[in-house]
Design a protein around this ligand. Sequence first.
Ligand code: LMR
Length: 398
Amino acid sequence: MILSGLEAVGDDPILLVSTLFRADDNPNKVDLGVGVYKDADGNTAILECVKKAEEYLVKNQETKAYLSPAGNPGFNDAIKELLFGTDHPVLKENRVVTFQAPGGTGAIRIGIDFLKTCKPDATVWVSDPTWPNHYGIVDAANLTAKTYRYYNMKKGLFLFDEMMEDLGQANEGDVILLHGCCHNASGADLSNEQWNLVADFMLERKLVPFIDIAYQGFANGIEKDAYVVKLLCDKLPEAIVASSCSKNFAIYRDRVGAVSIVSATEDLSKINGSHVLKVVRSIYSMPPDHGAAVVSHILNNVELRNLWIKEVDEMRTRVKEMRHKFVTQMAEKAPSSDFGYIAEQNGMFSYLTLTPEQTQILIKEHHIYMMANGRVNIAGLTLSNMDYVTDAIASLFN
Ligand code: LMR
C-alpha cells in the first residue's frame, strides 16, 4: 500500500473562512473573508457586460473543438494591451508572449513552473505578509521562498525602507514577487516614485520581477493600475507577469487569467514561449474556453469594453466609499481606535489592527467572518451591514 502514509493537512486559511461562514446560520452574519466583490445589496452579481457577451457567445459560437495550449489569441492580445498599452517597447520589439491561463492562480503556477525550468534552484522573495498561496505555489515547484518585510499588521504601516533593506539581501538572478496593485493582504501599495526606486534597484542588482496583478482597476483605474507592469518591463530586460480577470470581470468561477513572459530579445521570447506551452501541455493541456472567450468579446467590442470600464469604476468607487464610511464610523464610535489608514489603502483588503483574541470575538460572538490574522475584505461591507460591523468593532474598544 502506498496511499496510506499521509496525515490530513489543514484547510487553506482563506477558504476555511468561507466554509465557516456557510456553516453559520446566524441571520446577522457578515462575510469579510474571501476576496470577492459584493455590490450594495451584498450580492456578487454577474456584470452586465459579461451577460451580454455570454448571450453573444450562445448565439454565435460555432464550435467547442479544442483550443490550443496558448488559449484564445483574441484574449491574449487584449490582455497584453491591458497590461502594456499599445506602444510599449516590449511590444514593438516582440519581447513579450501572453498566454491564457486558468485564473490568476493558474497563471502564477505556470509562471513559477516555467521559472523552475529556467533556473531549478531559483529563490523567490515574497512580501511579508502576502497571499498565503504564494508560498504553496513556490513550494510546489520546490523553489526556495524568502521573505521581505512589507507591512506592519499591528500598526497598519507600510514598511518601504525595510522592504528595500531586505531586497538588498537578494542575490543576482533572484526573483522578486511583487503585487502589481492592491496588495493582498494589506491594501498598502507603493507610490509611483517608490516603484521607480524599486525598478532602479532591481536593475542595478540584476533581480527579476514576478508581478502578480489580480486587482487591476481596483486601485486607480485599469490603465493607471498597470503602471508597475509598464515601468518594470521597460527598465528591466526580463519579467514574468501573472494577471487575473477573476475580480475585474467578476468571473471568479470561470477561471480566467494570463501569464506574460518578457524576455531580453525576440529570439529568446520565442524560445521561452515554447517552454511555457510545454509546461501548460503537461499540466492541463489547454485552458478552458468560456471565460476567456467572454473577456475577449468584451475587450474587442467598443461598446462592451466601455460598459466594462464603467462597471469596474463602479466597483472601485463603492469599495472606496465603504473604506471611508468605515473609517468615519469607527472614529465616531470608538475615538480611541485608529483605523484611518484603511481609507488610504487600495483594493479589497486591509488588516484590522486588532489582537488575535479580538478577531476571534468578532468571529465567534458577532458572526463577522474574516481571516484569523485580521485581514478583511472591505468589499464585503455594505450600507446595510456597516452599522452592525462598526458597532461590534467599537465594542472592543469601549
Ligand atoms: C483571496 O485572497 O481571498 C482571493 O485571492 C481568493 C483566493 O483564491 O484566495
